[in-house]
Design a protein around this ligand. Structure first.
Ligand SMILES: [Zn+2]
Length: 177
């Protein structure tokens, strides 16, 4: 497995709508290796999710996992999930605001409103239909990755940028323990 290079904000790949993946493509050995590399890359950089365009592949693939994570401590666990051609639909109008960061936008966090509960439909890494309901932080991670696949980043979802902060200032002024 290899650690892939992560595209940073400004790279046009992050602003491109990713192409859908065909079932034939999923079965190719190099595709499966790419998924493994995405998972390895997400873990290496302590991400809770990674979209393929973040590693310079403009394809509808995202991986996510929330385990013990130093970048997001005390969050509920989400098992390792591979989403191919994901579609999401909100199950409520209710939005919730919380901090988000992004491996493609290093050192920054901002408060982002997201739907609290969503239905997710996708293919898994074997090309099988996958459907589940995600709530709270899980729903937030899926919406963040889905945005990437559609050429958006979390900054686009912030009502205004007044909460945008560097990590050091976040610890100093916003999250007091
Ligand atoms: Zn991101």
């Amino acid at each position: 497995m290899s650690i892939l290079k992560v595209a940073r904000l400004g790279h046009p790949v992050l602003r491109t709508i990713a192409a859908p993946v065909s079932v034939r493509e999923i079965q190719a050995p190099n595709f499966q290796k790419f998924i493994d590399d995405m998972i390895e890359t997400m873990k290496e950089y302590d991400g809770v999710g990674l979209a393929a365009d973040q590693v310079h592949e403009s394809k509808q693939i995202a991986v996510l996992e929330v385990a013990e994570n130093p970048r997001y401590p005390n969050k509920p666990k989400v098992p390792l999930t591979v989403l191919i051609n994901p579609q999401i639909s909100p199950l409520t109008d209710e939005m919730e605001e919380d901090w988000e960061g992004c491996l493609s936008i290093p050192e920054l966090r901002g408060r982002v409103p997201r739907y609290k509960t969503i239905r997710v439909q996708a293919l898994d890494r074997n090309g099988k239909h996958l459907e589940f309901i995600a709530a709270d932080f899980h729903a937030r991670v899926v919406q963040h990755e889905w945005d990437h696949l559609n050429g958006k980043v979390y900054l686009d979802r912030m009502g205004d940028l007044s909460t945008l902060t560097f990590l050091a200032e976040l610890a100093r002024y916003w999250i007091k323990s």
